[in-house]
Design a protein around this ligand. Structure first.
Ligand SMILES: C[S@@+](CC[C@H](N)C(=O)[O-])C[C@H]1O[C@@H](n2cnc3c(N)ncnc32)[C@H](O)[C@@H]1O
Length: 276
């Protein structure tokens, strides 16, 4: 009987293709995104007007209504948007190469991909179209507003922050995303067991991430012994195996910013924590 019952239940992927368009917004939300940029608060990004290629603009025209949503404060129904798949939030996907690769490799995980960067939205839509991936929704705007106003508690199966802007100057450190008050916003949105995955090529920021994440009793470091040596071979790593960092997971493809960091000789650190 179980077989009959399950054969009448649509699979998560079938439900996903039947899921509604991400947001009834035929227009790309330039205005909403610009309004958020002027909200008086310290932001983790530099507002910038990127130039879109024709191909990116075309993908935005074709795909936004189906896959895009504005970060405008409207509460989201993730189970309905993602057909019941577990959903991981990725903050700052940049041009989206890594997001697209991870989505294609794991179609049974939904990715809510947030960034403020318009050409990146077009580029990611182009990649999703190329791969035929359906398990990504693009959120345009500040992920802090998304977390603060649009997501209910215990709704996320994971959080990814890959190569967040490092804000190297001391006067800009307050702009770094991974800070105790950001974690206060994130933790309630994570379901028990959710995986928090950060990576950075900026050593002082890696230390800050490790301090902030380790300070939370609600998170467990999956690699407290520090068997991580970053991207480089141990012999090339100036610090050897550093306690607290994870080995580079082979399921995280190299990102655009990571490549640029490595070309400058930066050491990459991954951090993997689980919500208790
Ligand atoms: C240094 S880039 C890294 C991009 C990509 N993850 C990579 O590794 O190639 C950081 C990205 O985070 C985005 N970002 C920073 N703060 C953000 C926020 N609060 N909400 C959404 N996106 C943000 C920036 O727009 C930028 O695209």
């Amino acid at each position: 009987m179980t077989a009959t019952a399950s054969s009448t239940q649509p699979s998560p992927s079938a439900r996903l293709s039947a899921a509604p368009a991400a947001y009834p917004a035929p227009m790309y939300p330039h205005k909403a995104t610009e309004a958020q940029h002027s909200e008086r608060r310290i932001r983790s990004f530099q507002p910038r007007r990127g130039r879109m290629t024709n191909a990116q603009a075309g993908a935005l025209d074709r795909g936004w209504e189906r896959f895009g949503l504005a970060i405008d404060g409207t509460p989201l129904d993730l189970p309905s948007l993602f057909g019941g798949l577990p959903v991981t939030l990725e903050i700052g996907f940049g041009m989206g190469e890594t997001t697209a690769a991870m989505a294609a490799a794991d179609p049974m995980t939904g990715i809510l991909a947030a960034d403020v960067h318009t050409p990146g939205h077009g580029n990611l839509l182009q990649l999703l179209e190329r791969d035929g991936s359906e398990n990504v929704r693009l959120a345009a705007g500040d992920a802090v507003i998304l977390l603060r106003d649009m997501l209910p508690d215990a709704v996320l199966a994971g959080l990814r922050v890959f190569f967040a802007d490092p804000w190297p100057k001391p006067k800009h450190h307050k702009r770094r995303l991974i800070q105790p008050h950001f974690l206060d916003l994130v933790l309630p949105r994570l379901a028990p067991g959710a995986l928090v995955h950060c990576a950075t090529d900026w050593e002082p920021y890696a230390e800050q991430m490790l301090d902030v994440l380790s300070a939370s009793p609600e998170l467990e470091n999956l690699h407290p012994e520090g068997d991580g040596t970053g991207w480089l071979e141990p012999a090339d790593h100036p610090a050897g195996s550093v306690p607290g960092y994870a080995p580079r997971p082979d399921w995280r493809p190299v990102t655009k910013f990571e490549r640029a960091g490595m070309a400058k000789g930066h050491v990459v650190h991954d951090l993997l924590f689980r919500r208790r």
